[in-house]
Design a protein around this ligand. Sequence first.
Ligand code: ADP
Ligand code: ASP
Ligand code: MG
Length: 449
Amino acid sequence: MTDLVVAKFGGTSVADFDAMNRSADVVLTDPTTRLVVLSASAGITNLLVALAEGLEATERFARLDAIRQIQFDILDRLQNPNVIREEIERLLENITTLAEAASLATSNALTDELVSHGELMSTLLFVEILRERGVQAQWFDVRKVMRTNDRFGRAEPDIAALSELCTLQLAPRLEEDMVITQGFIGSEAKGRTTTLGRGGSDYTAALLAEALNAKRVDIWTDVPGIYTTDPRIVPDARRIDEIAFEEAAEMATFGAKVLHPATLLPAVRSEIPVFVGSSKDPKAGGTMVCNKTENPPLFRALALRRNQTLVTLHSLNMLHSRGFLAEVFGILARHNISVDLITTSEVSIALTLDTTGSTSTGDTLLTQALLTELSSLCRVEVEEGLALVALIGNHLSRACGVGKEVFGVLEPFNIRMICYGASSYNLCFLVPGSESEKVVQKLHHNLFE
Ligand code: ADP
Ligand code: ASP
Ligand code: MG
């Protein structure tokens, strides 16, 4: 293991000139922080995604102006903006051209090319901020090392290629200077730009840390750590000072936006601790995600994942038959769908689709082709607008009274589906989306306050 720390700053931490400077302060307080991974400035990715959907001219120009405004507000406060003005102008021109192309015909590959510009611009600006503070920092195009497959919008990294390319291309630069690079984006074998799915910069940081054998990943965001639930939903949520990999991974998977769901995969694989803190208030401390924690509690946290779709498949043929589930799963696999939660009865199966790491391209998982194929086998019922609430904890399936404690307080709510027992780390259930925040607040009050 090297003494390298990889620091990642999210959108709000590079939102404007002041935020970038606060993030630069954070970088400079720890001399082992030599690789910095950045998101796009807050708001930019959403604007680029809108452009990629193909907009008519007026709408398009409004979005282009908004992007230019955010980036020029930062540029114009540099002592010497002209050093990178041309480069930023060139990227803005690219965006204009690509957005025009998208208004004629859009594609997932075009979307990824377009949205990648957010991270390209924020990293250029940040390098200049550091240079003006007398720090030697190199800008590095992460696409040189972040090799992925060509599943645009939600590409998967090629870990072996990444490791090899990092050793060849990135490690030697880190010997010389601090390196600033982009989160979220990558490139496939033919060199076309890909993205790792929305919020993917956390994942980039963890992947690079693994490839470079780093000693820690620091995720700097707008909250000073991981809380017992989203503090936006429950202001009384408490910070968790130390949490085990498995628990944090469950939280991320089940919707705690503070970490991209895949962030902890490389960290767990290579036992790299992950710290989460606030770039606005670094002194407030944060959460350390590590291998083991002292006295893990029965109830750790609540997570909420919105916009869940429940698919129920009914067939009398299922009764006493064999291989029905295999057939259903075969169809789902052919359509590249991974199942998330599942419950079965004698004649029906209810399942939710895995939306982990939503795509940058906004593709729907439930296509007409999939529904047609499933309908040839059984009656298909689709319910939208649900939310998944997950209670994360330890040894949950071995403890007594968990069901009563959880569902006792949820009496006024309709619980649409429950999954319990497969994992000792979680108990999950679906509720109507409109009631999900109330459910989380009520449960948090009873279990954590
Ligand atoms: P960034 O842009 O830095 O990646 P995100 O918006 O993706 O930041 O993630 C930070 C947000 O995650 C917080 O503002 C908070 O609302 C949300 N969040 C959800 N669940 C949790 C949790 N359990 N603990 C802390 N923050 C959470
Ligand atoms: N900028 C990308 C997004 O908004 C990636 C990230 O912020 O992690 O999804
Ligand atoms: Mg994020």
